[in-house]
Design a protein around this ligand. Sequence first.
Ligand code: GAL
Length: 380
Amino acid sequence: MKRSIFCVIAMCYVCLFLTTVFAQNQTAFFPGQRWEDVDGNTINAHGGGMLFHKGRYYWYGENRPEKGFTTEVGIGVYSSDDLLNWKDEGVALAVSEEKGSPIERGCIMERPKVIYNELTKKYVMLFHLELKGQGYAAARVGFAVAEQPEGPFTFIRSLRPNAGKWPADFSEQDIRKALTLDEADYPDWWTQPWRKAIADGLLLKRDIEGGQMSRDMTVFVDDDGKAYHIFSAEENLTLNLAELTSDYLDYTGKYIRIAPGGQNEAPTIFKRQGVYWLITSGCTGWEPNEARMFRSTSLWGPWEQLPNPFVGENANKTFFSQGTYIFKKENTEDGYIFMADRWMPASLKYSPYVWLPIDFDGEGCPVIKWRDQWSPEELK
Ligand code: GAL
């Protein structure tokens, strides 16, 4: 009897040891390579975002099928305490089985970002939502909330932001000018007059009534706790930066346009030493392109465009990836990580991730270099 108790205890120790050894086996980032969770399954969290809460990192992302482009499961969430070894926490926001629901299975949920609201003590998720069977025409943002970071998140609603509102930097005169614009007068895109009309608000005006289009997106919480939704509007031609209400579940109505007509997608943003940095991509669908960078000392602009921060071979293709989020590792001074996806449309589920550290040059400008391998300890 004693012997068998001893055997059971010994077996338990062996199991615990093996679990620890195999669970903590990732010691570095390998950008662009297959990344498995602690159970050995490929991490399925694309277009993701990061939340650090109570000593743990939560990585939210699109759960993508092996084949196809629609959302069949929902938004997934993984957790980690070292950024390398991720535990699958399951589905944070599930698709609905109800016919006609905005998040009905077969819709498209992209680029989820979760932020914690100190006032309501709730976790708020914003994501790009396309309605089932409508391709990318709906261009909406979805809101969901949860009581805990792993979820389950409850879908609240979807909408197009800022219906009836003009941008904060539009004067009465700008509004009057925009109101005279008519799409029928500009049948050809990319002509000089068309570009001018876009900048003057041709599509902004078109969408005032129903709200601005909202596709690729991120969310940013400033030091004062105010949150902002940054998204591609106006047929992906113009970025909008919109202030959220104090519960993060709606818009205050204050927003600006960034780079009108500049065709920016995949917005990512961070703040360092009082300066806001915005890194975006161009618009080429799943194909990689050259990133863009903007700088401002106020979220309300003016935003100044600077050269692409990526350097070295394939920098003009963002190392064959597209950004999704930037965050600073806890307890570092300057440890910013650029998270990106290397999209594989033939099997989105297996699209690898490209995570790279952000360096800063003598002038404090972000510089991103390729690394085959690197470790979080390198972040200072
Ligand atoms: C990309 C976008 C992705 C996804 C894709 C669909 O430009 O960044 O999030 O929407 O287009 O083609």
